[in-house]
Design a protein around this ligand. Structure first.
Ligand code: DQA
Length: 147
């Protein structure tokens, strides 16, 4: 039987409020509902999920997840634009990380056009709503054909 591909999703600050947070920007689905759809659709993927509003907790989890996953989908949310520490964590770990954004950060305020984490990610997906996570996932599926 084929081995499961192990993918971690790490969400940063305020993404726990998806569903009610600025629905005109982020949509009206909760992340938990979206994740359960992903789990049903991709039975060959074992998903781990972590969300925190605390920078250090995100860093600790990136270190932990890196050891046991084939890839990480990271939406560092506002920390994307401010956190050298999260960028350093992405640079430090061996596990490939894809930067994810629900909204198109380049179509928004200037301060969102800068990404500290993006320099160390293998790629970025921005602007496709929650589908951005699935598009990032497609890369990891293609990169791990035996799984
Ligand atoms: C976000 C974009 C960030 O600029 C913002 O701070 C977020 C969410 C997105 O997914 O579109 O919290 O990362």
């Amino acid at each position: 039987m084929a081995e499961l591909i192990k993918i971690a999703i790490v969400n940063g600050p305020n993404l726990n409020l998806l569903g009610t947070r600025e629905p005109e920007v982020y949509g009206s689905q909760t992340f938990e509902a979206y994740l359960s759809e992903l789990r049903q659709k991709y039975a060959s993927v074992e998903f781990s999920y972590f969300q925190s509003n605390v920078e250090g907790e995100l860093i600790n989890k990136l270190h932990e997840f890196a050891a046991a996953h084939d890839g990480i989908l990271l939406n560092a949310a506002a920390y994307t634009h401010t956190s050298v520490a999260i960028a350093d964590a992405v640079a430090a770990i061996k596990c490939p990380v894809i930067e994810i954004h629900i909204s198109n950060i380049f179509a928004r305020e200037d301060y969102r056009h800068v990404s500290f984490v993006g320099s160390y990610c293998i790629g970025s997906v921005s602007g496709f709503g929650l589908q951005s996570y699935e598009l990032g996932l497609q890369h990891f599926l293609m990169a791990n054909p035996g799984k």
